[in-house]
Design a protein around this ligand. Structure first.
Ligand code: IMP
Length: 429
């Protein structure tokens, strides 16, 4: 299980790609095309939004499980663009028949909702698609089987969306059922062979499955910085409902949290260690911190250990993978946030109240920089002492081992610090 331990963009795509060779099945189970998982293989860059990253390996089966929200047009163009790069996924993709669809009116509503009270969403229709799901008017992949029923549901949804658009937002509504229907059915014909009961498929395998979380724990709808979150459970909490598997299924799984050596966030919402001005710009430039889905500049700041420890606890991580340590290579000193000062009181707990979190001032521990390169490093023996001290500090604070370092964007740029079990079985027994 690979999960984002911060606000997303931790570099999970590369890690999943790396570990996929040990796992014949790679599963995405929440979120949708708001994700952007970047992988660089032999100087070729792949950015996957919907397909599980593991699918880049020719013998891996990729699974889109029921907790995702699926934009058929994005899926179609993603499959096509992989094909152009020589990666054929046709017979290695499974899509849950219970997955809800993201349709054009969800994207329209996302844009309208952003006009009033901005969250800074990716505008991919994610929030509205989950709203329709939980409001019990969503359309699922299985509804595509019966064209007439699909059209009927589509019409009903469109008239609902039209009312919101015209009456609440006073905007014109141009979408029509026929064109959405035709486009959807055209894509459905191309993918219908892949649609199945994914939960059953996973249940029968019970081992060699890699689960790929999208976004990050602090964007989780329940555990994150609500309401500045995404609309799914992007922490480990989403595993069971996202896959349709009992929590017991995961009891022997190994949970890995991916965290950057500093912190970033895109979109609005509190961010206690955010660096404003030149310092923030510097970190953004050094880390190339621009969104892979929207191209938006990411907000940057020092590593927030209060938030990371919270994330460790929420997910029950067995170990951590640290990415982008090399971005801090040139610094004289490196700061880590070890507590929050909220209204003059020091705390190490991550508050549920957004109001309190917005008033949290970071209390920093200043560590000596290492002024030496960790870029492309492949073994822990060559780690500069300062970098090792930094890692040990993180481990002590979170009580979790950093088992691997990612030392660059390419597939082979990593170093194991500790062996972890890569063959893991799950079972109900
Ligand atoms: P939505 O998921 O598009 O509704 O956006 C809700 C919030 O989650 C916004 O702050 C987005 O910037 C953020 N978000 C969504 N997906 C990602 C991601 O993959 N990485 C980082 N932030 C994300």
């Amino acid at each position: 299980m690979i999960l984002g331990a911060q606000w997303g963009d931790e570099g999970k795509g590369k890690i999943v790609d790396l570990l996929s060779e040990h796992f014949p099945v790679s599963v995405r189970y929440q979120g949708g095309s708001n994700a952007g998982h970047t992988v660089i293989v032999k100087d070729r860059k792949f950015v996957l939004h919907l397909l599980p990253t593991g699918i880049l390996h020719a013998d891996v089966v990729g699974v889109i499980a029921q907790g995702m929200v699926l934009d058929l047009e994005v899926l179609d163009s993603e499959i096509e663009s992989l094909r152009e790069k020589g990666v054929e996924v046709k017979d290695r993709l499974l899509i849950s028949d219970r997955t809800h669809l993201v349709l054009p009116y969800h994207k329209l509503l996302d844009r309208l909702f952003e006009k009033k009270g901005s969250i800074g969403t990716t505008l991919r229709g994610i929030g509205p698609a989950y709203m329709f799901k939980h409001g019990r008017r969503g359309i699922r992949v299985s509804d595509l089987e019966d064209g007439e029923l699909f059209k009927e549901k589509l019409r009903d949804n469109l008239s609902f969306a039209k009312e919101i658009c015209e009456k609440v937002y006073r905007e014109s509504f141009e979408l029509n059922a026929d064109s959405i229907y035709e486009k959807s059915m055209r894509i459905y014909e191309k993918i219908r062979h892949a649609i199945t009961d994914v939960s059953r498929y996973l249940m029968d395998r019970a081992e060699g499955i890699l689960f790929e979380g999208a976004q990050g724990t602090l964007l989780d709808i329940d555990m994150g910085t609500y309401p500045f979150v995404t609309s799914s459970n992007s922490s480990a909490l989403g595993l069971s409902n996202g896959t349709g598997l009992s929590p017991k299924f995961f009891k022997n799984s190994y949970f890995l949290g991916v965290a950057k050596a500093y912190t970033t966030r895109v979109g609005e919402g509190p961010f206690p260690t955010e660096l404003e001005g030149e310092e923030g710009d510097n970190l953004r430039e050094l880390g190339g911190e621009f969104g892979s889905t929207t191209g938006r500049p990411r907000r940057c700041g020092w590593l927030d250990l209060v938030a990371l420890k919270y994330s460790v606890e929420v997910n029950g991580f067995d170990g951590l993978i640290m990415t982008k340590l090399d971005v801090l290579d040139g610094f004289e000193e490196v700061k880590v946030c070890v507590a929050y000062d909220i209204d003059g009181e020091k705390t190490t707990s991550f508050p549920a109240s957004l109001d309190r979190l917005s008033r949290a001032k970071p209390v920093y521990e200043v560590l000596k920089g290492w002024k030496d390169s960790t870029k492309s490093l492949k073994s822990k023996e060559r780690l500069p002492k300062g970098a090792l001290d930094f890692i040990r500090f993180v481990e002590d604070y979170t009580s979790r081992e950093v088992v691997m370092l990612s030392t660059g964007p390419k597939r082979d740029e990593y170093a194991w610090l500790t062996e972890i079990p890569l063959k893991i079985s799950s079972s109900f027994t």
